[in-house]
Design a binder for this molecule. Structure first.
Ligand code: HSE
Length: 288
């Protein structure tokens, strides 16, 4: 059995903790034979546990505590701690694992609910389960969300060499936002969503770059955002946004600008990894 879960980018600028888009990088988990203890084989380094303390197994056991241990083989091309939803992918993989091994027959809605409860907000987990673009809200323990197809465009990821932990990146956010500022921030997000629903990436891009919820506070942790935004705009991008909590920057651009943008992004910082991605439409998949 194979479980595959996509990477995700959250926020898209002003859709803080609410908007997310599934991307074409994947965590792949092959479920092998039963064993006396859980073992997760991978080549992702010593920081990622190979036993029952692995997030995937912990998540699965939190849903179905009596699961029989299995040998698992994990591969992951979603870079860790870069704002591309690697931890959400692991949580969703754990939910899929419990679902498959314990025959829980969880609906996609229930998977999103469980994952959002674990992650605290739905922005990464909802598109990781459902695919494509999801706008969600978690209100008093209840989840509300809408999945919609993202307009066609090039998606270019600038992934710095240095990791940035979500906890650090959330640690610089204010506890409160003045009422007038919040109204303005919300109106920017509203126009972005409405423009995306009309496939108007020119307008959506303008709003994506005018977030007032989080990017300004995070600027000191991601000093490459402002110059990269200016540079990519010069070369025809719709927008450059912090991907999730960063440090990755995701560039939205017309397809015909992609090659030129990839080359200027590579020149901007030769130590960073620059990838051309696609929207993943299907979300998490389990095949037997
Ligand atoms: N919306 C979240 C953030 C994504 O920006 O902190 C990471 O969990």
């Amino acid at each position: 059995m194979r479980i595959q879960v996509p990477a995700t980018t959250a926020n898209l600028g002003p859709g803080f903790d609410s908007c997310g888009l599934a991307l074409s990088l994947y965590l792949t988990l092959d479920v092998l034979e039963e064993a006396t203890e859980w073992h997760v084989a991978h080549d992702l380094g010593e920081g990622i546990p190979t036993d029952a303390t692995n997030v995937i197994v912990e998540t699965a056991l939190s849903i179905a505590p009596d699961l029989t241990p299995h040998r698992l083989q994990m591969a992951c091309d979603i870079p860790a701690a870069r704002g591309l939803g690697s931890s959400s992918a692991a949580v969703v993989a754990g939910i899929e694992l419990a679902n498959a091994l314990a025959n829980l027959e969880l609906t996609p809605e229930r998977k999103v609910e469980i994952a959002a409860e674990i992650e605290g907000h739905p922005d990464n987990v909802a598109p990781a389960v459902l695919g494509n673009f999801v706008v969600g809200a978690k209100l008093d323990g209840e989840d509300f969300y809408v999945r919609h197809l993202f307009p066609d465009c090039a998606l270019l990821a600038f992934i710095p060499q240095e990791a940035l932990l979500t906890s650090e990146s959330r640690g610089v956010l204010p506890n409160e936002l003045a009422y007038k500022e919040a109204v303005k921030a919300s109106s920017i997000a509203n126009v972005m969503i409405a423009a995306l629903l009309q496939n108007d990436l020119e307008l959506a891009g303008k709003m994506m770059e005018r977030d007032l919820w989080h990017e300004n506070y995070r600027a000191k942790l991601v000093p490459h955002l402002a110059p990269l935004r200016a540079l990519t705009k010069e070369h025809g991008a719709y927008a450059a946004c912090l991907s999730g909590a960063g440090p990755t920057i995701l560039i939205f651009a017309p397809q015909e600008k992609a090659d030129d943008l990839l080359s200027v992004m590579k020149d901007f910082d030769t130590t960073a990894s620059v990838l051309s991605l696609k929207v993943e439409n299907d979300g998490s998949v389990t095949t037997r």
